[in-house]
Ligand binder design. Structure first.
Ligand code: ADP
Ligand code: ZN
Length: 721
């Protein structure tokens, strides 16, 4: 470690361009990666020391570093990752760093907990409250103050009083036991031949260095057991491993499975933790005490010291793309960081992204396949229900054929799942008398009725209003109609048509994470037999008795003019139909569709996933679309539509010329207004080898000045438009 000084350059974790120089005060030692507090404007700001400044500064005008934290410096690969992500996404490096440093609390050493013991002296004056406290002490036992207050039901001042009279004394509680490392050989699974081949193929890749494997196998083929072996390899090699999941709701199942396999729990990491819990994990990862993490996308930026493995489960999932502040795709950033760290990546999926399939086809990634379901269960038998010919009666959403299959499944004591990827009761409320449609006041979207809660709600900005009884526009009574179904409406139909069933509705707005977790265990225990759910139930959860899946609207995702619409629809339909028929049961799935001849429906019915990927890759190649070309979206937004559009046009006119670059727009974005801001979009398409980030950066730097409330946001590799 080289100590730097007397002046160093510090990257501050705020939205400013470039690092600043600071003086290292006498007696302070910093090195590259040291986390420091520096004065910046009125407040001290967290930053990280990058090195010696590039320019010569007049040292005496510089401010001093206020403090250096007593934690190990950030690793070289993490510093490089921050730089890379900023350059690629066009985010300011300080904003990327902010995602790394997270919370200030994590840097402070954990405060020792004060506890109390009896001294043996009796207080001069005994009160009921005091007696209640003292009665809790047995032998040499020490009580932490909050626990003592909780158990005795007295106010904290009673305890302070007892300390003053000498009846209790404060003692420092021993530090909590260190996190025990997972044991690689605790309970390994007996791998099948296919699984053994898969892990060998992964191991055969560049030993101890950077490599990416696409673990490609249908749901239930045993991928998890395979990547657990790779986690074990990583732990044996003395390195840290992270399993990254697209959905917080999946972490608990995984933590349990991990504990069974490795004897210890992995640390968890996601947004649904308290700052104190997060701080503990952050510090543990940085100190190296924590060897394995299971978490959400942001775990990619944890300060691992010795990163050995990233597993991205359900790697195709759109949730890996972060859509605010720093616009990054978790899968791509995992590959970038691993390449800088010399670590391994396993991308696991039953329905890989077209990007990853292409990388596997071209040999950039190892293509590791698991062909059959573990224990020889078979894929569900998928049938299309042509809604034009055999659709439901008016006012219903479940076709007769599907309804019969539900009855049969329930009769046999099995479970059925009705899937509709739309929360709420109905996506549109309309007045029959005047034609008024309920829209969000701040977005160009319809308000979705949530009948259960009696509100209309905007799914873009969260705006809510009470569900109206008379038309807000013409005042007519009894004229409002709900148009189209959401899952609450399906639940209503279910209650009507399957009165003997035990239904449950599952979507992300149906309670807290722990309530939803409870529902899942109740389903697993068989307390419900008819599940009505959104994509929340499509992912990762296995129910032994589930033998039937009905997709209410299989065309839902195809409607958008999005080049990934077919891919996304294929993925979600495969995921959700894959819930049916695990273990020994043959499952059945029905797709209600108006387009049974569509390539996606045909691939589903024939179970022809290879055919689907071949077809989709060809379509993309012909259009120069990802992964054969690059895309970037420039979103110009502002309060006034005219001004926003004018800026977008000026921006378009200022586009630098470059060979092979195509620009489209400006046009109103598909959701043309969000939270009161108009959105106008320019799309840029380039060949694959082109530095599109660099091009867009140059364009913006030399483009029109962005004033007032106008803004230009860049989305490299947009996932939808
Ligand atoms: P995937 O991750 O591909 O969906 P899983 O790894 O979850 O598949 O495996 C599906 C089921 O089969 C799980 O219940 C798992 O415990 C079981 N399983 C997989 N591999 C083995 C094995 N080698 N020995 C015993 N059970 C296994
Ligand atoms: Zn809104």
């Amino acid at each position: 470690m080289t100590f730097l000084g007397p002046v160093v350059s510090v990257l501050v974790s705020v939205a400013v361009d470039g690092p600043y120089s600071y003086r290292v005060p006498d007696g302070m030692a910093v090195t590259r990666g040291s986390i420091v507090l520096v004065p910046l404007g009125p407040r001290p700001t967290l930053g990280v020391v990058l090195g010696l400044p590039k320019d010569n500064f007049a040292h005496n005008r510089l401010k001093d570093i206020a403090r250096v934290f007593d934690v190990p410096p950030l690793s070289e690969e993490l510093l490089k990752t921050v730089d890379w992500v900023a350059r690629y996404t066009l985010a300011q490096p300080g904003m990327v760093l902010r995602g790394v440093l997270r919370s200030h609390e994590a840097l402070e050493p954990p405060r020792p907990i004060t506890a109390y013991k009896r001294t043996g002296f009796e207080p001069e004056r005994m009160t009921d409250a005091r007696a209640r406290v003292l009665a809790l002490f047995e032998d040499e036992m020490a009580w932490a103050k909050p626990a003592l207050v909780g158990a005795s039901g007295v106010s904290p001042s009673v305890i302070d009083g007892l300390v003053k009279t000498g009846a209790l004394e404060a003692v420092a509680l021993a530090a909590p036991p260190p996190v025990l490392p997972p044991e690689p050989d605790f309970a390994p699974a007996e791998l099948s031949g296919d699984q053994q081949k898969a892990i060998e193929a992964i191991r055969a890749q560049d030993e101890g260095g950077f490599s990416v494997a696409l673990l490609d196998g249908i749901t239930g083929s045993g991928k998890t057991e395979v990547f657990f072996e790779s986690v074990a390899d990583c732990l044996r090699a003395g390195k840290q491993a992270a399993i990254i999941l697209p959905e917080i709701a999946l972490t608990h199942t995984f933590l349990d499975r991990f504990e069974k396999r490795f004897g210890q729990r992995a640390a968890e990491w996601h947004s649904d933790m308290t700052p104190v819990q997060r701080a503990k994990v952050w510090r543990g990862v940085l100190s190296g005490e924590i060897r394995a993490v299971i978490g959400a996308r942001s775990a990619l930026f944890l300060p691992f010291r010795e990163l050995g493995l990233f597993v991205l489960d359900e790697e195709h999932d759109g949730a890996f793309k972060q859509a605010d502040r720093v616009n990054y795709h978790g899968r791509d950033m995992a590959v970038v960081r691993a390449s800088l760290a010399g670590a391994r990546v396993i991308l696991s999926s039953a329905t890989p992204s077209v990007e990853s399939r292409n990388n596997a086809n071209s040999g950039r990634y190892a293509h590791v396949r698991l062909e059959s379901r573990f224990a020889d269960a078979i894929l569900p038998d998928v049938t299309a229900i042509d809604m034009r010919a055999e659709g439901p009666e008016k006012g219903q959403w479940i076709a007769p054929k599907l309804a019969r299959a539900v009855f049969d499944a329930l009769d046999r004591g099995e479970q059925a799942l009705l899937f509709l990827n739309r929360r709420g009761y109905a996506p549109l409320t309309l007045c029959r008398a005047c034609g008024h449609q309920y829209q969000c006041p701040d977005c160009s979207t319809w308000l979705v009725e949530h009948r259960f809660r009696g509100v209309l709600m905007c799914h873009h900005c969260g705006h809510e209003e009470r569900a109206p009884e008379v038309c807000g526009s013409c005042g007519a009574t009894d004229s409002l109609v709900a148009v189209g179904p959401g899952i609450e409406r399906i639940a209503e139909e279910v209650a009507d048509r399957f009165p003997g069933a035990r239904p449950v509705v599952l979507s992300s707005d149906m309670g807290s994470m722990s309530q939803i977790r409870d529902r899942f265990s109740e389903i697993a225990r068989g307390e419900y037999n008819l599940i009505i759910g959104t994509q929340l139930v499509a992912k990762g959860h296995h129910f032994e008795k589930l033998s039937l899946v009905g997709v209410i609207d299989a065309d839902l995702g195809l409607a958008h003019g999005d080049p990934r619409a077919a891919e996304k629809t294929f993925q979600i339909l495969t995921q959700v139909t894959g819930r049916a028929g695990r273990a020994s049961r043959v499952g059945k799935a029905f797709l209600q569709t108006y387009h049974p001849e569509h390539a996606v429906m045909q691939a589903m019915i024939k179970g022809d996933r290879e055919g689907f990927y071949a077809h989709e890759l060809e379509v993309r190649q012909q259009g120069g679309l990802p992964p054969f070309g690059r895309l970037a979206a420039l979103i110009v937004s502002g309060a006034d539509h005219g001004e926003t559009f004018t800026l977008a046009k000026a921006l378009m006119a200022a586009a630098p010329l470059a060979e092979g670059i195509r620009r489209f727009g400006p046009v109103d974005a598909p959701v043309a207004m969000v939270r009161g801001r108009h959105r106008v979009r320019i799309l840029v398409q380039s060949p694959k080898e082109f530095d599109l980030s660099g091009y867009v950066r140059f364009w913006l730097q030399n483009g029109p000045v962005v004033r007032g409330n106008l803004r230009v946001q860049v989305d490299i590799d947009p996932m939808s438009f």
